[in-house]
Write a protein that binds this ligand. Structure first.
Ligand SMILES: Nc1ncnc2c1ncn2[C@@H]1O[C@H](COP(=O)(O)OP(=O)(O)OP(=O)(O)O)[C@@H](O)[C@H]1O
Ligand SMILES: [Mg+2]
Length: 255
């Protein structure tokens, strides 16, 4: 099996009857183990819809979505909840941390739910916290830390159970540029060193330049693919800017 994710002819139609909107049309692509893939496209193109459908948060109208051997497009809701918990990781723009739990407790939650041994939990939490540079914050509460630190906490939580696939929707959207860079560098090193497979939606060319491959969506369809190959991150950044200028990306996203 070569793929972590294999998407075939996925379509998503919102609404019913006369009042329908086709948000995704005939989307097909594959993600291999250890890839770091970006999804870009204008506002309203269908990026979040695609991510939500692939991440089992929403269901496709038609098409197949294989995560390794499991077709999640055909899976029943109760099985999906287990599948999501056991195999997928999520990083959202607004962190989704639990305010009543410490950073440590937030991070270990998926392992506690999975009933992993205490020693393993402790070790995993420490490894993740070190990767993301928040080992000194483990006993603080979310209201005591910055936005960037919250997002690094959320990322640790998403990754602590070694998910097959990590989905991130605009993870740097609410961060200042220093925090965004820290987060992107941590995600890159996880991708390179632990071969985490990551799919990240972003409208930001700088964030996208950390990916190895970018899928562009326009009007609900895949319009182009860019591969970083041997380019440096900076060169790739410039190529993405050129592409956005060509297809008419939002000007304010280009700074
Ligand atoms: N629940 C819904 N019901 C009806 N239409 C929806 C729904 N969610 C999204 N849409 C529509 O589907 C299209 C794609 O939305 P989506 O949120 O996927 O865009 P996006 O590419 O993530 O945009 P942005 O960059 O602004 O986040 C939009 O036209 C949107 O209005
Ligand atoms: Mg979106």
């Amino acid at each position: 099996m070569e793929h972590v994710l294999k998407v075939s002819h996925v379509e998503k139609i919102y609404g019913k009857g006369a009042n329908t909107y086709k948000a995704l049309e005939d989307i097909s692509f594959t993600i291999e183990p250890g890839e770091f893939v970006g999804v870009m496209g204008p506002s309203g193109a269908g990026k979040s819809t695609l991510l939500n459908v692939l991440a089992t948060i929403d269901s496709p109208t038609s098409g197949d979505i294989l995560i390794e051997a499991d077709n999640i497009a055909k899976m029943k809701e109760e099985k999906l909840a287990d599948f999501r918990r056991d195999h997928l990781g999520f990083i959202f723009q607004d962190y989704n941390l639990l305010d009543s739990l410490t950073v440590r407790e937030n991070i270990l939650l998926p392992l506690a739910i999975a009933k992993r041994p205490a020693k393993e939990i402790q070790e995993k939490v420490m490894t993740m916290a070190q990767t993301f540079g928040i080992e000194n914050l483990l006993d603080k509460y979310p209201y005591q830390i910055s936005g960037g630190q919250k997002q690094r906490t959320a990322s640790c939580r998403a990754l602590v159970s070694n998910p097959k696939l990590i989905f991130a929707d605009e993870p740097t959207g609410a961060l200042d540029s220093k925090s965004a860079t820290d987060l992107l560098e941590s995600l890159s090193s996880l991708n390179l060193e632990q071969e985490a497979t990551i799919m990240m939606v972003t409208h930001d060319a700088y964030a996208a330049s950390f990916c190895r491959r970018i899928l562009f969506i326009k009007d609900g369809r895949l319009s182009k693919e860019m591969i970083r190959g041997n380019h440096t991150r900076k060169e790739f950044f410039q190529l993405i800017l050129d592409e956005l200028a060509y297809i008419g990306g939002d000007g304010h996203d280009l700074v």
